[in-house]
Write a protein that binds this ligand. Structure first.
Ligand code: GA4
Length: 329
């Protein structure tokens, strides 16, 4: 469905984003998920089974953190890459109009980082852990459905990577502060110059998949295959799933690793998005699966470990196409 309130730049268009209803039959959902991964690398997920409470508790904890004073927030930073970050993204000079928390997703690390984030670190780490457990379970479910939809002999081949105890998955909470609108803005909000500012620049996610949830404030846009930007309607009751570079490599380019960005917030309300990035263990090898190759099909990517891929990602800028470094020709 087009999003009526979505911000548009010159080259945007509204498209029907695939919606997957997890309450439907496995045969139906697995087929539709595979199609969405191939056509968009992106889909909306409804009836996902993650409890409203788990989401609301994390949202409250995160809002409490971002309402703190600047010096208090900086106690949890700088993000290198983990911790609190403000405007600076990654180590190579990328900037955005946001604040964020980037956290490892294992219980020990969550507990260690929580002391500088919350005055009640036990509650904070409990709430983050519960959320991570729920979205990881959901991520595994999606990956199993993909395995089924692709008719793989081992349908767990993808989910095993993020189920592994040494998985390198991370949690990111992005906070785009609300803005005070001037009188001018009230007259023509759509044509106001501040409508084209970037909140988090164009990129693809390096991991296998991302499970994103936001509050009811818009900003997310995905790049369609023809390079046109499509605004995504915010839906606090749904999750959005984004395919990452590692999944694209494992499917020998059959799945799209969707390029996306967030426009700067123009609403008087803050926008908050929470992303779980499902990643394999550092020593896991990523390579096109033989089952994904047609007879005589060439492998598009050289095998790499997740550690090698992360190193490459952190040596480049946000918008760079890092998977190109691993192309066979
Ligand atoms: C993009 C996806 C995730 O937010 C992230 C980002 C990471 C970071 O912010 O530390 C990166 C970026 C992301 C890709 C290129 C490098 C690394 C910033 C950057 C410039 C946490 C991730 O895994 O890769």
């Amino acid at each position: 469905m087009p999003c009526p309130t979505a911000m548009r730049t010159k080259k945007t268009k509204a498209v029907g984003i695939p919606t997957i209803d997890l309450s439907q039959s496995r045969a139906t959902t697995s087929k539709s998920i595979v199609e969405a991964c191939q056509d968009f690398g992106f889909f909306k997920l409804i009836n996902h089974g993650v409890s409203d409470d788990a989401i609301a508790r994390l949202e409250t904890q995160a809002f409490d953190f971002f309402q703190k004073t600047t010096p208090e927030k900086h106690r949890a930073g700088p993000a290198n890459p983990f911790g609190y970050g403000c405007k600076s993204i990654g180590p190579n000079g990328d900037l955005g109009d946001l604040e964020y928390l980037l956290l490892r997703s294992d219980p020990t690390s969550i507990f260690e980082s929580s002391a500088s984030i919350s005055n009640d670190s036990f509650t904070f780490s409990y709430v983050v852990n519960e959320y991570v457990k729920s979205v990881r379970k959901l991520g595994c479910e999606i990956l199993d459905l993909v395995g089924e939809g692709l008719w793989l002999p081992n349908k767990y081949v993808f989910s095993n990577l993020i189920r592994d105890v040494h998985n390198d998955s991370v949690l990111r909470i992005n906070y785009y502060p609300g803005v005070k609108h001037t009188e001018n803005w009230e007259f023509s909000p759509k044509s106001h110059p501040s409508n084209n500012r970037i909140g988090f620049g164009e990129h693809s996610d390096p991991q296998i998949l991302t499970i994103l949830r936001s509050n009811d404030v818009d900003g997310l846009q995905i790049s369609l295959q023809d390079g046109i930007w499509a605004p995504v309607c915010p839906d606090p009751f749904a999750f959005y799933v984004l395919i990452g570079d590692a999944f694209k490599a494992m499917t020998n380019g059959r799945f799209v690793s969707v390029r996306h960005r967030a426009m700067a917030n123009n609403s008087k309300n803050p926008r908050m998005s929470i992303m779980y990035f499902g990643a394999p263990p550092l020593n896991a090898w990523i390579a096109p699966l033989s089952e994904m190759m047609l007879p005589n099909e060439q492998s598009l990517y050289k095998p790499f470990t997740w550690a090698q891929y992360k190193k490459a990602a952190y040596s480049l800028r946000l918008a760079d196409s890092r998977l190109d470094l691993f192309k066979t020709s």
